[in-house]
Ligand binder design. Sequence first.
Ligand code: ADP
Length: 427
Amino acid sequence: MAAILGCIADDFTGGTDLAGMLVKHGMRTVQMIGVPQTERCPADVDAVVIALKSRTNPASEAVRESLAALRWLQEAGCKQFYFKYCSTFDSTPQGNIGPVAEALMDALGTDFTIACPAFPANRRTIYQGYLFVGDVLLNESGMRHHPLTPMTDANLVRVLQAQVKRRVGLIDYGTVSQGSGVIDERFAALRKEGCGFAVVDALSNRDLAEIGAACASLPLVTAGSGLAVGLPENFRRKGLLAGDVVADALPATGGLRAVIAGSCSTATQGQVARMRERHPAFQVDPVKLAGGSDVAAAALEWAAERVGKEPVLIYATSAPEAVREVQAQFGAARAGELVEEALAAVARGLVELGVGQMIVAGGETSGAVVKALGIKGLRIGPEIDPGVPWTVALQTGTTHERPLALALKSGNFGTPDFFLKAWSYFS
Ligand code: ADP
């Protein structure tokens, strides 16, 4: 069976979040990094998430990329499409949620969709069209100070209406609480009234399951990752999704083990400290990098002697004072770039040394590593800790012959023993 659900996420970690949710609810999922150029969709997947970096691009660029992603997903055979944005509806008055959603509707020839960023597990709920973050309204949460997408209005009907040409209506909790049949009737009523969008209230995963069921025949849904709770069941009911597959199964990977840490977030600091107590560790010094020394080569020479025996750690992670000092000396952007380049070179070298299972800590660091390794997509496997699954890089035939397992960890995710316990999946 070919892929049935095609998703477009407006950023990378948001894409991973959605992919992980789909796997958890029984869909075999791959995440493609950017719009694939020459890559084809693997045959044995149920859902594909194309992760873009379009949240804060100019709207016209976000639209262009999203339409290119849609075309690829259509060619891959997908039947329903999911535009995934952040559960805090991160956008500016110009977009990009509204313009991208409308462009996708036009391309799919549909006149109606929903907007539902609710993610109750992370305490993002919607009531009377107002988005709550925990127990405060969106505009009273930290999001009002976001540097790129400050959210100063919690009323999603108003926020979305400012971004779109079509009318925006509301499906309130009174309707949602009556279940999928009544929600579906309300879709029809809103459509008749001339609405192109329905903001939908949701307080719990049970609500999302009902909303998901009501969305069975919509060509397009727009939502946070929460709605992934409700869609897989529709495909199962239609016989499009096998009930007996293990959605998080990964191809076997062997090889040596290494951790690369370029995050200085609190969680990563603790994880680095824990791993250093047990295994050999090499610190990448930004000052030496700035001085022109080939630190990556030194790290790889060091690793070559040790990685055959046990997992090794190569890290740039430093305490906040040290990072501030380096940033004051070289500039934050330059320091970040130097470290990312070095760690990316280390990742390439480690794979050449025979590493087949690798953990990377840090969002930007992960981006740099994936790019350096020429990885175009990831098959999503079991979750190690919330939001961090094991994945296996899709083979492109040009990058590496041996399957490579990767855990790409956002800086602040994971328990203190993450770098020690993650391997147990393979043993
Ligand atoms: P996180 O997910 O924790 O935000 P990222 O990898 O996204 O981690 O960002 C961390 C940034 O800090 C990267 O650009 C990285 O290169 C940079 N960095 C890492 N170590 C140091 C250091 N010791 N001094 C300065 N910058 C550093």
